[in-house]
Design a protein. Structure first.
Ligand SMILES: Nc1ncnc2c1ncn2[C@@H]1O[C@H](COP(=O)(O)OP(=O)(O)OP(=O)(O)O)[C@@H](O)[C@H]1O
Length: 522
């Protein structure tokens, strides 16, 4: 899987301008700098600079058309070549996720239909649209009056969404109507912070299917898929302390899914044996889009305003972790990356990357195993599981319950994972999936607790500085000074002790699970 991380900065809005909030984001070609105002212990202000590098940085002057040209247009032709592509918008509420995502599917549909009517004319391709949302861990069909859906795995461990309406479309106008209908049906909550806040993940999928041997009588098979995902507001994961139980539970679900999404992308990009798909409904649903030939584009949306600095830094840190494994030598960064940098490349017109009809057939024949090969590979499940038991007995399974050696058996000589993936996931699901998800959550909790502790320490230090200033004033009350200093010191000590305990517990858990910090990417 190849993941491209991009950032889009929106302009300051009216509200921010009215509050005289400053633009703290400086964009350069494919990097950006966040200028954070901080306070020294003597209460004087200073500027801290945070620099991030991504595959592309789109500033406030970049239009939606340009975003499409840079992010999705180059991917459209390859979904005719058995590739699944996923485009995410990540960021805090109001950062521009919906603004960025909304126009993309329609523009992509237009190009897909153009390809179907010209390059792939009369080759049995059809375009299907579906649109659903994940809200509070449950699935709802946005094209069928928010009908509740359930997710099942079929006999081949392929995830399918039972009852999801899929519409076969052949003209842009119908697609437009469907997209508008889905958007209107999407649920938006009303939390204190922002009425517009979106607490659901909206998933719009464009599937290219092909009639087998051109026969219309048989159900067409999926050739490729393009998914557009407008994620829930990233800061909503922090609602786990809200007084309202429903909000708290939704917050926990959002938190879990965004965490699982990050870990799945990291694991896939790093060719890790185990992919924690079962960490959330979102990643389970996306499982088939991530397997095999797949592309992922993550557009992290940020507000430029000083008032959103903390959320912006959180968004950029998340994006940074998603892309970090691809940096510096991951060979899978290919030709697409060069078209992704808006400042350094001229946009590549669709026509220049279109495959011809013959290259499509050649690609299928050259890169995908045929049915015989698949059948050859599918050793009986019994013998496979026997082997797993042997490895377990000999203590050769890794911390995810899966050994590299066993995994290698599932790979083609060229390193491409073969058709045994479903069986592999079955085995790992047992306990190791839950353990890994729990560990990931604990890691995130530790980092958050650390950040909170640093913030609290800063506040305490400010209080201490005030106390010292007061202590120097004539007529200062000694009793008051002593009691306030005692409180301050106990607060400091309690904060440190709490963090030490949390850290020790986390280290113990890592040890229990045999996770070597250097090899696990922590
Ligand atoms: N690049 C941009 N240029 C101009 N206006 C923008 C841009 N990005 C966002 N906006 C405006 O900012 C507001 C918030 O954007 P949007 O609704 O897309 O945020 P969001 O991240 O989807 O929020 P939520 O999580 O609540 O859905 C909208 O009024 C939108 O029109």
């Amino acid at each position: 899987m190849t993941c491209f991380a991009q950032v889009r900065k929106r302009p300051l809005n009216k509200k921010e301008l009215a509050k005289n909030e400053e633009d703290i984001i400086e964009t350069l070609s494919n990097s950006l700098v966040v200028h954070e105002t901080k306070l020294k212990v003597d209460l004087t202000e200073y500027m801290e600079k945070h620099e991030f590098v991504f595959d592309a940085v789109l500033n406030e002057e970049v239009s939606n058309d340009e975003v499409y040209r840079e992010t999705v247009e180059p991917i459209v032709p390859i979904i005719f070549q058995r590739t699944k592509a996923t485009c995410f918008a990540y960021g805090q509420t109001g950062s521009g996720k919906t603004y960025t995502m909304k126009p993309l599917p329609l523009k992509a549909s237009r190009d897909i239909l153009r390809l179907m009517h010209h390059t792939y004319r009369n080759q049995g391709f059809h375009l299907f649209v579906s649109f659903f949302e994940i809200y509070g861990g449950k699935l709802y069909d946005l094209l069928s009056d928010r009908k509740k859906l359930c997710m099942r795995e079929d006999g081949k461990q392929q995830v399918c969404i039972v009852g999801l309406q899929e519409f076969r479309v052949s003209d842009v106008e119908t697609i437009k109507e469907l997209i508008e209908k889905g958007n209107a049906t999407r649920s938006t909550g009303t939390t204190g912070a922002n009425e517009e806040s979106s607490r659901s993940h909206a998933i719009l999928q464009l599937a290219i299917k092909r009639s087998v041997d051109g026969k219309e009588s048989k159900p067409p098979r999926v050739v490729g898929k393009l998914s557009f995902i407008d994620l829930a507001g990233s800061e909503r994961g922090a609602d786990t302390t809200d007084t309202d139980k429903q909000t708290r539970m939704e917050g926990a679900e959002i938190n879990k899914s965004l965490l699982a999404l990050k870990e799945c992308i990291r694991a896939l990009d790093n060719d890790q044996g185990h992919i924690p798909f079962r960490g959330s409904k979102l990643t389970e649903v996306l499982r088939d889009s991530f397997m095999g030939n797949s592309r992922t584009v993550m557009i992290s949306c940020i507000s430029p305003s000083s008032g959103s600095c903390e959320h912006t830094l959180n968004t950029l840190r998340y994006a940074d972790r998603v892309k970090s494994l691809s940096k510096g030598g991951n060979s899978k960064k290919d030709d697409l990356s060069s078209t992704m940098n808006l400042k350094e490349s001229t946009a590549q017109p669709l026509s220049s990357v279109l495959p011809t009809a013959s290259t499509f057939e050649d690609d299928i024949n050259n890169t995908w195993p045929d049915q015989n090969e698949r059948d050859d590979f599918n050793v009986p499940e019994d013998s496979f599981e026997q082997e797993i038991l042997m490895w377990k007995k000999n203590g050769k399974l890794d911390q995810y319950g899966f050994s590299t050696a066993v995994e290698n058996k599932l790979r083609k000589p060229n390193g491409q994972t073969k058709w045994k993936e479903p069986i592999r996931s079955d085995i790992k699901h047992s306990k190791s999936d839950d353990d890994l998800n729990a560990l990931l959550q604990e890691e995130e909790d530790l980092v958050n607790a650390h950040r909170k502790q640093v913030e609290e320490t800063m506040n305490i230090v400010k209080e201490e500085m005030n106390l010292l200033v007061e202590a120097d004033q004539p007529g200062n009350q000694l009793d008051d000074y002593i009691s306030r200093l005692t409180t301050i010191l106990s607060q400091k000590a309690a904060g440190i002790t709490q963090l030490q305990t949390r850290l020790a517990n986390f280290q113990r858990r890592l040890k229990e699970h045999n996770v070597l910090v250097s090899s696990s990417g922590y």
